[in-house]
Ligand binder design. Structure first.
Ligand SMILES: Cc1cc2nc3c(=O)[nH]c(=O)nc-3n(C[C@H](O)[C@H](O)[C@H](O)COP(=O)(O)O)c2cc1C
Length: 220
């Protein structure tokens, strides 16, 4: 496919994607299509390559009903989505934590002496970004998860699958439910956001956006 056609195909997907509130409950996403969507989340970039995420695919109706009680932004999606993902962000991403050591040395393959040399730059970065409090560090991890979410929603749109990003929920309540079901790794994770996937039940209204000039400023 030539570049112009590829650009058109990608932009068509961006126009196709909209925040779908109500899905057709009879339409189910084929398993390999959903694996494809997850794969684009897995391959997403993250600060320092920390991959501070976990994607919980909630297909269990009882759990969906429990989440619904505290997810006011997801009432209709929880009832109708083919696949419903609760996106978790990792807690405690500090330099010496076992996860960070394992992720950078074993998964990313950074040699141990190079990792040891990262201590000072890491400290400086954490100071510059004011990543001292537990909550600030968690929010930093959660920011990374939004990149994966964006990629997953775009990938879905490119194969004709609808989605809705969701942060209309009470995080403390959602964490409590997930923890009770043993889904937070004993406190290693907390909820970041949610995404519903499926097929639209009704056509959306036309897209509304600011113009490119309103959201762009070139400095030459
Ligand atoms: C981080 C985030 C959280 C959102 N939370 C909700 C939500 O809880 N419930 C909902 O129905 N839509 C939610 N939305 C959808 C937005 O309202 C929607 O993306 C926006 O109005 C633009 O419309 P469009 O996506 O259809 O183009 C959320 C979007 C984002 C990016």
């Amino acid at each position: 496919m030539d570049k112009e056609n590829r650009k058109k195909e990608i932009l068509d997907a961006y126009h196709f994607r909209h925040a779908t509130r109500q899905f057709d409950p009879r339409s189910s996403i084929p398993e390999d299509d959903f694996q494809f969507i997850l794969e684009t989340g897995r391959l997403s970039p993250s600060s320092n390559g920390l991959e501070p995420w976990k994607f919980l695919v909630v297909q269990n109706e009882e759990l969906r009903a429990e989440l619904r009680e505290h997810a006011y932004g997801a009432y209709r999606q929880l009832d109708t989505a083919s696949h419903f993902v609760v996106v978790l962000a990792r807690k405690g991403l500090t330099y010496g934590s076992p996860y960070v050591i394992k992720q950078l040395t074993e998964v990313k393959g950074i040699p141990r002496d190079v990792f040891d040399g990262m201590a000072d730059p890491w400290k400086m970065f954490f100071e510059d970004f004011q990543l001292q409090e537990e909550k600030a560090i968690f929010d930093w991890a959660a920011k990374q998860t939004y990149i994966a979410m964006g990629n997953m929603m775009t990938a879905a749109a490119m194969i004709g699958i609808d989605s809705c990003p969701i942060e209309g929920f009470a995080p403390a309540e959602i964490d409590r439910i997930l923890d009770r079901h043993g889904l937070l790794g004993g406190g290693e994770f907390g909820v970041s956001a949610m995404i519903a996937f499926g097929y639209r039940a009704i056509e959306p209204r036309a897209k509304t956006r600011q113009t490119i000039d309103q959201v762009t400023r070139w400095i030459r």
